[in-house]
Design a protein around this ligand. Structure first.
Ligand code: ATP
Ligand code: MG
Length: 415
């Protein structure tokens, strides 16, 4: 992509109402722009990041047998009357009305849609287990939208639901999902002790649910970490339970964290009210057992920025960076402009993702500052000076040293 073709621009000035690093940097660098409180536009650079996050999650869900679907945004409120959640979710619902008398909600979650959906196709124990997921825009009238992408009123979610003949089978799959989620966070740069499996309240149906909490001072959650087991307890349940649920250790470390995922054993909470029955081996009708597994791609995008930044801008992990390389020519010399254009064509041909700052009217200072703000993993500069030294200058965003490399060796380094 050429900078001159991007319709967006970076902006030097701080966003006046940005209450977080992610809101400020993502807006200044031209990844998102605010539409209203808790509602953002994903601009070209931001959409590329979001898509990379979602594709990583998609790959890991497919590996554990997930069926991807796309459920609707609009649902009749009657669906929620079946489970009684028309009363309990009332604060977060955005309600609207259809033609005639129908009452409609914009789904804040999809248990009431997925349960009758899967039920249509499952009749016998031989049809189980099954796992279904989607990427959706969720609508929740959060009391306080805040911290940029961390708490939106319209946000992205990957939600997966699994259906099983019995609890034992659900438990085995739950374990598999636990591991898949860790693979996701590792791949997104949030692994290596940055994201902690956290025991949280399980509701009425199981002792615990599990949250994935990424350590960050802006996090709304307080967790107590057992450093020996590398698990934590959420403060919401810790009052009665301020010990490690694995080893009984009482010496736990308090940290702030962002909930980036949440997995739940729902058992028959939804399959019961919807009468999701299947026939077991003995020919008896049994209620299917259910699990649900949520993860927030847009919140993760904000979280990555909260974790990876410095005073100059964002520092994207390579796996989610919108492009791998930030290429630019500095100075007025035609020769270096031509050389940069040639490098752009070559890298593009090799499918190396490159953002080419081809703007003719920007100063060197502006171009370099924008590269730091946008935060791509590699910066490649072509100028009279680098050409005299026999090549181009390469710098990694997360390292200080610069190297001069022959243009023909670039592809080797960058692929
Ligand atoms: P929270 O306690 O932060 O409100 P939740 O328990 O309501 O989260 P879930 O309903 O389990 O969240 O949603 C699954 C995932 O969706 C969360 O782990 C989080 O990553 C993401 N998510 C939830 N609410 C929001 C929001 N308002 N904005 C952005 N992402 C969200
Ligand atoms: Mg919530």
């Amino acid at each position: 992509m050429k900078f001159s073709q991007l319709f967006t621009k970076t902006s030097k000035t701080a966003v006046s109402d940005a209450d977080s690093i992610n809101a400020k940097l993502l807006t200044q660098a031209g990844f998102i722009t605010k539409q209203m409180a808790g509602v953002y536009v994903f601009l070209p650079l931001g959409l590329r990041v979001l898509n990379k996050i979602e594709n990583t999650i998609r790959e890991e869900m497919n590996k554990i047998g997930g069926n991807e679907v796309l459920m609707p945004t609009l649902t009749l409120e009657e669906n929620y009357e079946i489970t009684g959640r028309d009363k309990t979710l009332t604060d977060v619902f955005y309600r609207t009305s259809g033609a005639g008398e129908s009452k409609i909600v914009l789904n804040p979650t999809h248990e009431e849609i997925v349960t009758p959906l899967v039920q249509k196709f499952v009749f016998s124990y031989q049809d189980l287990p099954k796992s279904v997921y989607q990427f959706q825009t969720k609508f929740r009238n959060e009391a306080r939208a805040k911290s940029g992408l961390l708490r939106g009123r319209e946000f992205r979610m990957k939600d997966m639901y699994s259906f099983h003949a019995d609890e034992k089978d659900l438990d085995a799959y739950y374990e598999e999902v636990t591991k898949a989620y860790f693979r996701v966070y590792d791949r997104l740069g949030l692994g290596n002790g940055r994201t902690i499996l956290t025991y949280a309240s399980g509701g009425a149906f199981s002792k615990y649910s599990h949250e994935y909490q990424t350590l960050s001072s802006i996090g709304e959650d307080t967790i107590y970490i057992c450093e020996k087991c590398q698990v934590a307890v959420n403060k919401e349940i810790a009052d009665e339970q301020n010990v490690c649920p694995k080893c009984g250790n009482k010496d736990l470390k308090e940290e702030k964290a962002i909930e980036v995922g949440n997995i739940f054993k729902l058992m028959d909470k939804f399959t019961g009210p919807f009468k999701f029955l299947y026939q077991n081996e003995k020919g008896e009708q049994q209620v299917a057992q259910m699990g649900c597994y949520g993860i927030g791609p847009s919140r993760i995008m904000g979280t990555i920025v909260e974790v990876y930044n410095d005073e100059k801008g964002i520092i994207w992990p390579e796996s989610v960076a919108p492009y791998k390389v930030h290429l630019m020519s500095l100075g007025k010399e035609e020769e270096s402009k031509k050389e940069a254009e040639k490098i752009y064509q070559e890298l593009s041909q090799k499918n190396i993702e490159v953002l080419f700052d081809d703007r003719g009217n920007s100063s060197a200072g502006e171009k370099l500052a924008d590269a730091d703000l946008i935060g791509l993993p590699y910066r490649v500069v072509v100028s009279k000076k680098t050409m005299e030294k026999g090549g181009v200058e390469v710098k990694k965003r997360n390292e200080e040293n610069v190297e001069i490399i022959k243009a023909k060796d670039l592809i080797k380094i960058l692929s």
